[in-house]
Design a protein around this ligand. Structure first.
Ligand code: 5GP
Length: 204
């Protein structure tokens, strides 16, 4: 495991592009979603679209951000073996569809990015699914609290619950290939791009 402090102006070792699968985990508010959005601008990168039972947030679309299902539909998909991994996160169910992942895992010219929690990443490891794994960590719990409050997408009690989860998730970070400490978002994006062998893209 290697750990990188992504502060403004930092540089990172550039790895070759290998394609296949990459797992990105980290507490809610660690910057994962922004990182995935930035990486997706590279034409070689595709995001795995998870299924979830949580309600869509404002602006989220079915089939783009997530596949949104009822609990009954999700349970049926679990029973049918449609997920390669699934987990309960913050009281909702999330699962990675098996078929697109299987196809993407053998491609060397494209990279599929999975934004999944520590339980999902552990399930993939257990099944010996080859994927480069990166844990994005916030600089501190106080900073995470500030970011979650700024986001205003969740009620205060949900924020508190997510912070408790964050501590548990942080305890798993040594199981990942790389840990990137997000002190500065552009630097963090640059660090993840370097680890995945992607070219830095100009900001939009
Ligand atoms: P959010 O509801 O904020 O979009 O995501 C909540 C958490 O669920 C995040 O930590 C995210 O990485 C995780 N998550 C999203 N999709 C999946 C999935 O398919 N499987 C697992 N195990 N976790 C997921």
């Amino acid at each position: 495991m290697s750990e990188f402090r992504a502060s403004a102006g930092a540089s990172f070792p550039r790895q070759p592009f290998r394609g296949g699968l990459a797992v990105l985990s980290g507490p809610s508010g660690s910057g994962k979603t922004s990182i995935c959005k930035a990486l997706r601008r590279d034409p070689r990168v595709e995001l795995s679209i998870s299924a979830t039972t949580r309600q869509p947030r404002v602006g989220e679309q079915h089939g783009v951000d997530y596949w949104f299902y009822s609990l009954a539909q999700f349970e049926q998909m679990v029973a049918d073996g449609e997920f390669i991994e699934w987990a309960r996160v913050y009281g909702n169910c999330y699962g990675t569809p098996r078929a697109p992942l299987a196809a993407a895992s053998v491609r060397r010219d494209r990279l599929m990015l999975l934004d999944i929690d520590v339980q999902g990443a552990a399930q993939l490891r257990k099944q010996q699914i080859a994927a480069l794994s990166i844990f994005v960590a916030p600089p501190s719990v106080e900073e995470l609290r500030r970011r979650l409050a700024l986001r205003r997408t969740d009620a205060p009690e949900v924020v508190e619950q997510r912070l408790r989860w964050a501590e548990q998730e942080m305890a798993q970070r040594a199981s990942y290939d790389h840990v990137v400490l997000n002190e500065d978002l552009p630097a963090t994006i640059h660090a993840v791009q370097s680890l995945l062998g992607l070219d830095p893209l100009p900001p939009t």
